[in-house]
Design a protein around this ligand. Sequence first.
Ligand code: TXA
Ligand code: MG
Length: 335
Amino acid sequence: MALMGERTANLSSIVDARRANSTRYKAIAAALAALRRGELVAIPTETVYGLAADACNARAVGKIFIAKGRPRFNPLILHVASVEMARAIGIFTEEAEKLAEAFWPGPLTLVLPMRPASLVSDLATAGLPTVALRVPAHPVAKALLVAFGGPLAAPSANRSGHVSATTAAHVATDIGVAASVILDGGPTGIGLESTIIGLAGEPTLLRSGAIPRDKIESVIGRPLAMPTVDPDAPAAPGMMKSHYAPAAKLRLNVTSVEPGEALLAFGATMPEGADKAAATINLSESEDLTEAAAKFFAALRELDEKAEAIAVMPIPEEGLGEAINDRLRRAAAPR
Ligand code: TXA
Ligand code: MG
């Protein structure tokens, strides 16, 4: 192994779990064994890939922070198989019950007060009295969680602050050998992280994401508060100013493309200079925000390899557009 090129070693940990057959069953068994040994496993979810560890094993959780190069103060999302398991860890309010009923399994994370008796490692919650919980809908994540029978801490499977991974190959590039097993479930369906709602006090939109704000507000019957941001102790790394960042410089809401820039397009009407762009990816010619979300992170990665600067066309601030624009603003923020 020591003589193997890094790339070969990285790719060798990808195991196929794309189809519901015995190959997937074996892949999940291998992932389960690795988790039980306290190792890391990359898992597909319906949003983005996650880098998972046994949430009750502090040494295992510690490996996540090392693999991601993530600041220690950032707490992780705990993934569980069912709302029953979530209730054993977090204290559900009436609004939490309503949201879980409406959106689980699915791309919603609830931040709730944690039950004092939960066995979750302090490292996973960053020592906070609250816990972030989510029941993912992806069949591979679900099967693994049911077999594991406990919470898996899993942030997005990319290096901290970088573009999130929506394919197994992107995970291998970013995280490489840190994961003993990378379960390949194919490209993720949604492509943006879960929406995070804080329910330890007033219902708060901690991170915009795969479920648009208005859908959540209509379930709880009142508007979501916005978090008060303490820049030294952000409640969510997704709330830090520079995040989801490619190496290339981003220019947002462009009406023309400068020489040398690549173009991240949206819609059918191209800006001035688009014909001279170094490369172009259209997130959705038909202005479909769901299609745009699914292509978003992979498009950023691809254009990042082709140019030093990326011009981004305006994307409407409605529905999933709020979450896409949030990622774009952070990706464009000074580092
Ligand atoms: O879609 C997703 O949510 C993906 C997939 C893998 O499930 N996961 C993900 O995890 O995006 P991560 O670690 O990149 O983002 C987790 C967010 C962080 O911003 C973290 O700070 C926040 O959840 N979080 C976790 N516990 C929290 C808490 N107690 N209070 C406030 N925010 C919390
Ligand atoms: Mg992330």
